[in-house]
Design a protein around this ligand. Sequence first.
Ligand code: GAR
Length: 197
Amino acid sequence: MSEQVVRIAIWGSGSGSNAQSIINYFKIRAGVEVALIVSDQPEAYILKRAEQAGIPRIYLNAGQRKDASFLIQLMQDHRISMVILAGYMRMVNPGFLKAFPGPVMNIHPSLLPAYGGKGMYGHFVHEAVLSAGEKVTGITIHFVNEVYDEGEIIYQEKLEIDPSWDAEELGKAVLKIEHRCYPEIIEKIAKKLPDNL
Ligand code: GAR
């Protein structure tokens, strides 16, 4: 059981609304510190959020993303024990996943394994769910392994689809659940980390 502050890095590619909810949650709670924000997009709003919150931030270029030792060193330099993917739209370097000693988690806007896999992210997921005529969708929080969207599932929550919703409205309803659940699940996992991580 970890009594120490668990330092986390959030990796994202876009708006970073999940990152914001995680930042806000841990601003007023002990145990977890958002210590680094990473993006593969130089102009991503998630980096702006980091700047506003006074959190160190880094844009990773293609060369850096391919370099597992660079990524490991970066996490070590910031004493990161857990990596949180929040709207990170790329595969994470497999060498990094093998070498990083702590958990790497992701949130996905559907009930995996449904509507997961390559090309299934953000609005594409919601459009696919609606065109299939689904009545229920939801969110999945899972550990990340080398296969896209197939790591061990930690938590899922269902959402009933209002038949009047378009993909954007569905996306908003899904995000609302994500913002509530993700920080709580991160906190639970952080509490179970061994102290030496
Ligand atoms: C979220 O809905 C997240 O579940 C999804 O992207 C959105 C990011 O929003 N992730 C994926 O689709 C991953 N396959 P945010 O940048 O506002 O947090």
